[in-house]
Design a protein around this ligand. Structure first.
Ligand SMILES: Cc1cc2nc3c(=O)[nH]c(=O)nc-3n(C[C@H](O)[C@H](O)[C@H](O)COP(=O)(O)OP(=O)(O)OC[C@H]3O[C@@H](n4cnc5c(N)ncnc54)[C@H](O)[C@@H]3O)c2cc1C
Length: 299
């Protein structure tokens, strides 16, 4: 049995990488296969992912673009109530932030189609099998992350997306995924087989914030985890990880990436740092909120 501390990592560097590399780096958390990342691995990985319908991976990176279009096209975009796109009107026209998934699945509007076109030109494999109009009516101008960071605060809140990778208990991850506005990717207990050598043939558990290590409660908790691990490993001898995981408890360590804009992070911090929040959640959210505040003081 492995006993681990809860932790988090702000993945700012990934959003400064080309989109396919960011998507692959985040997507591999599900299988814990990050060691397979190398030159040329993103395309086959993401092509398989897209074909399999594992759509959340394609939400794990965004682009921000300025698009200058006619008033009619703007009206048509807003009339269609675009979901999963951040759209604002600016002097340059429209400011749009979107993951790859949104334009892949909703390119019927001319503005979204122009975005899809421009992305498909850069990364054709991300749009394989997606039908797009032959020509785009508008040419988006993509903004760098630094340009997004320089936007006025109201736009920055909506258009700056940040991913955080947490290593927390399954109990905490279950609370995190209630924040519906975010995108998530999580280590899969269906695909990860903790009986394998690459996991050290151990199940990892997060030290509970509630019990001091020398307390009788901690001893009771630890014994229970050891029994659960032993049952899991025994079941793996004759069944699959997805069957054996049925004995794994809330304290199991999981890795989960939460990806959303600054406005949603502000909302999460508001709910998850107060004294009403669950202590294991506060344990990671309090220092994380402080890290965000150091970068973005208005959060
Ligand atoms: C202290 C605490 C105790 C809790 N206890 C429980 C519990 O006992 N049982 C339980 O099931 N959950 C519980 N929750 C979870 C809670 O109800 C929310 O599901 C969770 O905090 C996600 O936050 P959210 O709903 O504000 O929105 P998010 O999903 O983060 O969405 C952000 C915002 O978008 C808007 N929004 C998103 N979806 C909708 C929608 N469908 N309709 C209207 N507006 C929407 C809202 O303005 C929302 O604030 C608890 C949360 C906290 C912080």
């Amino acid at each position: 049995m492995l006993l681990v501390e809860p932790s988090y990592e702000i993945q700012d560097d990934l959003d400064r990488m080309p989109l396919p590399q960011a998507l692959e780096a985040r997507g591999r958390i599900c299988y814990k296969s990050e060691e397979r990342i190398g030159a040329g691995t993103a395309e086959p990985f993401l092509s398989r992912i897209a074909a399999s319908g594992h759509g959340s991976v394609l939400e794990m990176g965004v682009v921000t673009a300025e698009i200058s279009c006619s008033a009619e096209d703007k009206a048509a975009l807003f009339a269609g109530q675009p979901r999963f796109l951040m759209v604002d009107e600016t002097e340059a026209g429209l400011l749009i932030t979107a993951s790859v998934r949104a334009p892949r699945e909703a390119a019927s509007n001319a503005v979204v189609a122009a975005l899809a076109h421009a992305l498909a030109e850069k990364y054709p494999f991300l749009f394989a099998g997606v039908s797009l109009p032959e020509t785009a009516l508008f040419q988006p101008r993509f903004l760098s992350v630094d340009e997004v960071d320089a936007l006025p605060q109201a736009l920055l809140l909506r258009h700056r997306f940040l991913g955080v990778k947490f290593a927390v208990s399954r109990a905490v991850s279950h609370e995190l995924v209630r924040h519906r506005v975010c995108s998530f990717l999580q280590e899969s207990q269906r695909y990860c087989n903790y009986g394998q050598a690459r996991f050290g043939q151990h199940v990892a558990f997060v030290r509970p914030v509630f019990y001091a290590e020398d307390s009788p409660e901690f001893t009771c908790w630890k014994k229970s985890m050891e029994e659960a691990e032993a049952a899991y490993l025994r079941l793996l001898a004759t069944s699959s990880p997805q069957a054996a995981r049925t004995v794994l408890p809330n304290s199991c360590k999981t890795e989960i990436i939460v990806y959303c804009n600054l406005a949603e992070w502000r909302h999460i911090f508001k709910l998850r740092t107060t004294s009403a929040a669950e202590p294991s959640m506060r344990e990671v959210m309090l220092p994380l909120a402080a890290d965000f505040k150091a970068r973005y003081p208005f959060i």
